[in-house]
Ligand binder design. Structure first.
Ligand SMILES: [Zn+2]
Length: 253
């Protein structure tokens, strides 16, 4: 079993999953970074998985397909950006050679966003970040993202380690602390992210349980009193989530 990641651009991640010779690249937005990651492990991935269609996640796919002949899978709802060979909209368990993944359709950041669970890891694309959630500015819908957080992410096992499409921890966690200055979990995560950067290392993945303690978008219910204090509509967790998304969009640290 091999799992690895590589940063490209400023804060994007491409991931490599492999079981024996069967390997997949997740979100090869940069072909050179993705191919280097695969060749560092001596692998020729036969599959490309996309968490969603935004160009910073799909920009290297054509070149990866050209070089490796890989098959592309993802949510068909993102057809305005790319067309997968196989639409995962209705998929549950996915078998790719020896790889077995769980696919969770997760609309909101984009219509065709999906999450992948594999061997105790959750690849969340731009739906769930360390300390935050994806914005809805490019084809997204905050109400659908709220449904995904409450209906898809909330029931998942807290032990899953979270591997997002970007490292936004240092941008997101100050917002969490603005809402909850006494949140020790958010403070500890921010300090850990800063310390990792100071050492020149990638941040360690958090677990979903860590995110439930620190990430405001998984704490919509707990944050309703604070949102009420700020005069925002939050009759239920769904409305509170949408209010949080709006606050984060306007927040300038
Ligand atoms: Zn995106």
């Amino acid at each position: 079993m091999i799992f690895d990641r590589r940063r490209y651009g400023k804060d994007n991640y491409v991931y490599l999953l492999a079981d024996g010779a069967d390997a997949a690249l997740v979100d090869p937005g940069d072909a050179a970074a993705a191919l280097a990651l695969a060749s560092a492990h001596g692998l020729r991935p036969r599959f490309v998985l996309h968490t969603h269609g935004h160009p910073d996640h799909t920009g290297g796919t054509a070149e990866v397909v050209r070089q490796l002949g890989a098959r592309v899978l993802g949510g068909g709802g993102d057809a305005r950006w790319y067309r997968p060979d196989e639409d995962l909209a209705g998929a549950g368990e996915l078998a790719l050679g020896a790889l077995r993944l769980r696919v969770h359709p997760a609309p909101g950041h984009t219509p065709g966003s999906v999450l992948y669970a594999w061997e105790g890891r959750l690849l969340t694309g731009d739906t769930l970040f360390w300390g935050g959630a994806g914005n809805c500015r490019h084809g997204g819908d905050p109400a659908r993202l709220a449904e995904t957080f409450l209906g898809v992410v909330a029931p998942l096992d807290g032990g899953l380690r979270v591997y997002p499409g970007h490292d936004y921890a240092e941008a997101n966690l100050p917002f969490a602390l603005d809402l909850e200055p006494g949140n020790a979990a958010a403070r500890a995560q921010l300090e850990a992210a800063r310390a990792a950067r100071a050492r020149g290392e990638e941040p360690a993945a958090t677990t979903l349980a860590d995110e439930r303690a620190a990430n405001p978008f998984l704490r919509a219910e707990e944050l309703r009193p604070e949102l009420l204090r700020r005069g925002l509509p939050c009759r239920d967790a769904r409305e509170a989530f949408v209010a949080l998304r709006g606050l984060r969009d306007a927040w300038r640290g």
